[in-house]
Design a protein around this ligand. Structure first.
Ligand code: FES
Length: 341
């Protein structure tokens, strides 16, 4: 017998649907026409995080770094792993407008640029092809991601856009090359300018959802910089002068990328400060030595005002930086995370 699920969004809107015990809440919501933000749908990214405030449930296996014991005690759940054992009351950290009411058909796009910009990091630029419904326009919010589908290889991967929403149908991605990674192999050995991919509708709830007077602190692990580049480019376009600190973490100096772009943004946004953190630097490195979580700790120790903290990167970094922020007194409600699947 199905259980009744009530999900309340961050802006107080409510959606209701039924969920069979063998279904996940995520799947049941989709079956009812509510496409909640989700990336991996396999318990490994944390993008479907919600909180159960009433009712019983059990969870499928998930990456343990995503839910600490404490957050489990508070009722935090991954909706893609949650099966109801009774009716459930849930809350979600995103607005109702970020729930899609249908799945747009994937769009076709062509590779217009593909380049290695640092050790193990590629920049991929796609141009959407016109279609009857949209022309070349493509809607997304700074901080969102899409799924790229190399259809002839049946290969799908999700990446955040690094550029800003535009009417030209251009999408820019920063991609970490993984040893033996299928998509990495495709980019390095097969993909060429003119090759075509499918692009899903934009999804995800990461980004600046509401204006807050608190300073912003962005913490990026490697290509976790992409959504922050999008947000910062939008801030520069709009002349938004919000106190903002960015920490970008890499393993060594050879992995540093987007330095020119970051320097240009620091010039365009007067209250932006960028710190590149190198975990295993050479002796010659004069910048910050350590992880971005270490840099965040040092920053928070002297910060006059506690910032809103935004984290994007590998789960271990996101967890470490979350702990640093919580230990320094940042309200967990003001910590926003996007983990790589
Ligand atoms: S979508 Fe649920 S953990 Fe990734």
């Amino acid at each position: 017998m199905p259980h009744h699920i009530t999900l309340t969004t961050h802006d107080g809107k409510q959606i209701d649907f039924n969920c069979e015990p063998e279904q996940t809440v995520q799947d049941a919501a989709e079956a009812a026409g509510f496409f909640l933000p989700a990336l991996c749908k396999a318990g490994s990214c944390g993008s479907c995080l919600g909180r159960c405030t009433q009712g019983d449930y059990h969870l499928d296996a998930y990456s343990p770094s995503l839910l600490s014991e404490k957050s489990r005690e508070h009722g935090d759940v991954l909706l893609c792993c949650t099966h109801p054992d009774s009716d459930l009351q849930l809350t979600a950290p995103y607005k109702a407008s970020q729930i899609q009411s249908g799945k747009d058909a994937p769009r076709s796009a062509e590779i217009v640029s593909i380049e290695l910009i640092a050790e193990r990091t590629m920049r991929l630029v796609l141009q959407l092809l016109p279609d009857a419904q949209h022309g070349i326009a493509f809607e997304f919010e700074c901080g969102q991601f899409v799924e790229l589908d190399v259809f002839e290889l049946n290969l799908q991967r999700a990446y955040s856009m690094a550029n800003t929403p535009n009417w030209d149908g251009r999408l820019e991605f920063l991609i970490r090359l993984q040893p033996q990674g299928q998509f990495s192999n495709y980019l390095q050995h097969t993909a060429q300018i003119g090759y075509r991919l499918k692009v899903s509708a934009a999804a995800g709830s990461f980004g600046i959802q509401e204006q807050s007077l608190a300073p912003r602190c962005f913490v990026a692990g490697g290509t976790g910089l992409a959504p922050f580049l999008s947000i910062l480019r939008r801030m520069a376009d709009w002349g938004e002068d919000h106190p903002t600190q960015l920490f970008l973490g890499v393993n060594n100096e050879q992995e540093i990328f987007c330095q020119d772009e970051l320097a240009a943004l620091a010039e365009a946004i007067p209250q932006l400060h960028v710190e590149i953190c190198v975990w295993q630097p050479s002796e010659a490195w004069a910048g910050f030595r350590g992880t971005p979580a270490d840099a965040l700790r040092a920053y928070l120790a002297t910060a006059e005002l506690l910032p809103d903290v935004f984290l994007c990167g590998p789960p271990l970094l996101v967890e470490a930086a979350t702990q640093v922020a919580v230990d320094a007194g940042v309200n967990p409600e003001r910590i926003f995370c996007e983990r790589f699947a």
